[in-house]
Unconditional design. Structure first.
Length: 76
């Protein structure tokens, strides 16, 4: 969303979110999982929501069903 609406390069988004999520003042239920999903977002060039789904599959072996062709290919 930030990329397309505000024309911000994905690498800048990744670095800004990483810095934000690693901040000790930010409390997340599972900070390590979110940071992993952020790395998946950067590595596979996915939407962040899709990177969370792929991360669930990779870290917790949860079944993920999607109509998104790119994500489906990575899940299988």
């Amino acid at each position: 969303m930030l990329e397309k609406v505000y024309n911000i390069p994905k690498n800048e988004i990744h670095l800004a979110l990483k810095e934000l999520f690693e901040n000790s003042l930010i409390v997340l239920e599972d900070k390590n999982f979110i940071l992993f999903a952020l790395s998946v977002y950067h590595k596979y060039n996915l939407y962040f929501a899709d990177s969370i789904l792929l991360s669930y599959k990779q870290t917790q072996n949860l079944e993920v069903i999607t109509f998104d062709k790119k994500l489906n290919k990575l899940l299988n």
